[in-house]
Design a protein around this ligand. Structure first.
Ligand SMILES: CC(C)(COP(=O)(O)OP(=O)(O)OC[C@H]1O[C@@H](n2cnc3c(N)ncnc32)[C@H](O)[C@@H]1OP(=O)(O)O)[C@@H](O)C(=O)NCCC(=O)NCCS
Length: 174
């Protein structure tokens, strides 16, 4: 099967309306009910502990990925995280684009970006404890659950992908 031509490019200030519409879509709200992404402020800056990326399928924007270094993220969302980690947020924007394999491809690109830094040992994600479909999606990519954790009002399941697992799976998929 030919993989769709998906690329990740930096989010820009002129993506604001699109990102705002996506983050108000029912399937995104269901996965992330309590975050305020403050697009107007955040798209205007590029701190070195974060990448905000728009995924494009043959030039059409289909989703969003954020990669942070949890040890350096300003709000201390992850508490006292050690160095050598990354954490990812991801969503598909339009409901009609869900479940077509695009998320898997986006996540594979995002993980390659994370592990391109030689000091990164593992990647974390924090789906809601009730978001079992997203957990299944991450498990298929090699993430394993490491425990429930409350982030603000959200009851989450933290999952982790080790570099060795990612590299072994990358070798297998050629
Ligand atoms: C999770 C997500 C990025 C996966 O991308 P995708 O392109 O839909 O997924 P793929 O087609 O590559 O893989 C299909 C799997 O994605 C997951 N998935 C599909 N739709 C989903 C949805 N609405 N919510 C959560 N997970 C979903 C399921 O595990 C599905 O497998 P299944 O059909 O066996 O249940 C995407 O579904 C999404 O944006 N969901 C809503 C927001 C969300 O839950 N983000 C994760 C927050 S931690």
């Amino acid at each position: 099967m030919t993989l769709p031509a998906i690329r990740l490019r930096p989010a820009r200030p002129d993506d604001r309306a699109l990102l705002q519409r996506w983050d108000e879509a029912a399937h995104v709200v269901a996965s992330d009910p309590n975050d305020d992404w403050a697009w107007e402020i955040e798209l205007a800056r590029s701190p070195d502990w974060r990448e905000q990326l728009v995924a494009e399928l043959d030039g059409r924007a289909i989703g969003f990925v954020q990669i942070i270094d949890p040890a350096r993220e300003e709000s201390r969302y992850w508490g006292d995280a050690p160095s050598g980690l990354r954490a990812i947020d991801i969503w598909i924007g339009e409901a009609g684009d869900l479940g077509k394999g695009y998320g898997t491809r986006m996540m594979t690109l995002a993980l390659a970006r994370c592990f391109a830094a030689a000091d990164v040992t593992a990647v974390l994600i924090d789906p809601l404890a009730g978001n079992e479909r997203a957990q299944r999606f991450y498990a298929r990519l090699g993430f394993v659950p490491i425990g429930r954790r409350r982030f603000g009002a959200d009851d989450c399941l933290v999952m982790r992908l080790e570099r060795a697992t990612f590299e072994a799976r990358s070798r297998l998929s050629g």
